[in-house]
Ligand binder design. Structure first.
Ligand code: ADP
Ligand code: MG
Length: 358
């Protein structure tokens, strides 16, 4: 196994109305998560990386090596699919030993490799079981062991946990995280699940319509989304359409919304309308007479705190906040909130342009 980056240089792929255009460097030894809505091209990107599809333009490099025209079996890439594609007629151990055997390892050596990776994925006990007798989570563990057994340079995981229940998904994603750290393999995991993406990623790439919109550390994308789609798609956020912007003499802006007016400092350029004000829940503080106010429309207990949604104007104006009091507010209550200084962002566009992200 070599620790090398995977590089897409102006990679283009067209299929009917769908086009993909990707320029990205997946860093060596890190887990990059690609997050995007269904149909945005996540699987297509992985298929290109694995060599199942050939791009119509651009090049794909593993480290220095241009692999654009290489077939899948020549590439050092392991793939785990959503639907645990194990060989049904081979037992667990033979499933894992298959790759090494095909690549020239003798029977004994291939068996030893399988034993090692089944240990790593906590599946040693199941070595002689047949795939049909395994649960979904166990099959995904075997699929992971099988993809690692060829000692790939790059590990690709396409929504590997999406058919599992919430608790198992959590366990398995932590195990994948540990194995990735332990082996330092360059890994790319694709998901449409925001929580999973934020929890797992060293680097997070948000994808829409065949393009990567923003890539960076999860915390950076959470706090400083590049656009309104990313802000909405990453998770809970207040979204208030901006009614008016007035520049102040000092380098700040007064931003008027249906929920109230707040001051924003350090904006580089004057935003144009339509624009939307976004604020993460942890940056809103319940108070007596604050910057923003709205009427409670949803109260949801989240274990230890309450997730509250307020309505502040027309249908798309909403405030999402958390309340840590012992008594929650009731639907219909009027609440007032302060905005933590420096936390509000103005992003071009209207929420109604991004209905798929809500
Ligand atoms: P994602 O994995 O993000 O859900 P995909 O990469 O599977 O998205 O699909 C990207 C686009 O290509 C979608 O518009 C999808 O409908 C289309 N597509 C995917 N597979 C095929 C196929 N085999 N034939 C035709 N169109 C396809
Ligand atoms: Mg897919």
């Amino acid at each position: 196994m070599k620790i090398s980056p995977l590089i897409f240089k102006s990679v283009r792929f067209v299929r009917g109305d769908f086009s993909l255009d990707i320029n990205v460097r997946f860093p060596e030894g890190k887990l990059t998560v690609i997050l995007g809505p269904s149909g945005c091209g996540k699987t297509t990107l992985l298929d290109l990386a694995a060599g199942f599809l050939r791009p119509s333009g651009g090049s794909i490099l593993e480290g220095e090596q241009d692999v654009t025209l290489w077939p899948p079996n020549k590439r050092k890439v392991g793939v785990v699919f959503q639907d645990h594609a194990l060989f049904p007629h081979l037992n667990v151990s033979d499933n894992v030993a298959y790759g090494p055997k095909v690549r020239g390892a003798g029977k004994v050596r291939a068996g030893n490799i399988a034993t090692g990776y089944l240990e790593m994925t906590h599946m040693s006990k199941f070595a002689s079981r047949m795939p049909y007798s395994l649960s979904g989570g166990e099959r995904q563990r075997v699929a992971l062991a099988r993809s690692l057994a060829i000692e790939p340079d790059i590990l690709l995981l396409d929504e590997p946990f999406s058919s599992l229940d919430a608790a198992l998904r959590r366990t398995l994603r932590n195990e994948v995280r540990q194995i990735q750290k332990h082996t330092s393999i360059t890994a790319i995991l694709v998901t449409h699940d925001q929580d999973e993406a934020l929890a797992l990623a060293d680097e997070l790439a948000v994808m829409r319509h065949g393009r990567i919109i923003q890539m960076g550390k999860p915390g950076e994308l959470w706090k400083n989304p590049a656009d309104l789609f990313t802000a909405l798609f990453l998770g809970r956020t207040t979204r208030l359409s901006v009614r008016r912007i007035s520049p102040l003499n000092t380098n700040g802006l007064m931003v008027e919304t249906a929920a109230g007016t707040i001051r924003i400092d350090n904006t580089e350029k004057l935003p144009v309308l339509p624009s939307t004000l976004v604020i993460r829940p942890e940056d809103l503080i319940l108070t007596k007479s604050g910057h923003l106010s709205g009427q409670v429309t949803e109260v949801e207990y989240a274990g230890g705190h309450w997730r509250i949604r307020l309505n502040a104007g027309d249908g798309t104006d909403m405030i999402d906040c958390d309340i840590h009091d012992t008594m929650p507010p009731s639907v219909g209550d009027l609440l007032s909130l302060n905005v933590r200084s420096g936390s509000a962002r103005i992003l071009p566009g209207a929420v109604s342009d991004y209905l798929e992200a809500r």
